[in-house]
Design a protein. Structure first.
Length: 189
């Protein structure tokens, strides 16, 4: 009887340890998939509709601040431009935040060159030469549980100190998905 109790306690302890370590394991899987340019695996860890929605909210909020400032300065053209940009955000974000484009960004290739290449407007460039690999930088990464079902990853760029944040939410008992990206939009203009 005592042996069975010890086995059950050890099993529960192992299960609790795995439960607590699961977001770190998910982050490690995301990192390995990014290094291997495995877009399909990365896609399983990202809730694209939620991420798109969050980025749309951020961009619209930032542009609304610009509209408020432009209206105070009575600059009608700047106000009109910001209002037009708000109208285009949904389509732009839906087009840009996709598994394939995420792969391009993770490979560190120049996104503008990729768009130009897709439209056959950029000639004589080497598709196999990345501009710089974002994964080679020495990023400062801080992680923390926000709650039992929410985990936050703060990522600081070593070059400029700007910080982005990824919010992961529990998906089932041990799974995790990125549901929100908070981007540094202070220099959007």
């Amino acid at each position: 009887m005592r042996k069975l109790l010890i086995i059950v306690l050890l099993a529960l302890l192992a299960l609790a340890g795995y439960f607590i370590a699961s977001p770190y394991l998910a982050l490690n899987n995301i990192k390995n998939a990014a290094q291997n340019k495995d877009i399909d695996t990365i896609s399983t860890y990202v809730d694209f509709p939620s991420v798109r929605s969050g980025i749309k909210e951020q961009l619209k909020s930032e542009l609304s601040k610009d509209i408020d400032l432009a209206q105070k300065d009575t600059n009608n053209f700047e106000t009109l431009g910001a209002m037009m940009a708000i109208g285009m955000i949904d389509g732009l974000v839906d087009t840009m935040i996709t598994p394939n484009n995420l792969g391009v960004l993770l490979e560190g290739r120049d996104f503008a060159k990729q768009l130009s290449q897709a439209n056959d407007t950029l000639a004589n460039h080497d598709d196999n030469q990345p501009a710089s690999n974002a994964l080679d930088k020495d990023w400062q990464i801080d992680t923390a549980y926000q709650s039992t079902n929410q985990f936050v990853v703060n990522i600081t760029n070593p070059d400029n100190g700007k910080q982005a944040q990824a919010v992961l939410q529990r998906d089932g008992l041990f799974g995790w998905k990125v549901v929100k990206l908070n981007l540094p939009l202070d220099n959007l203009k």
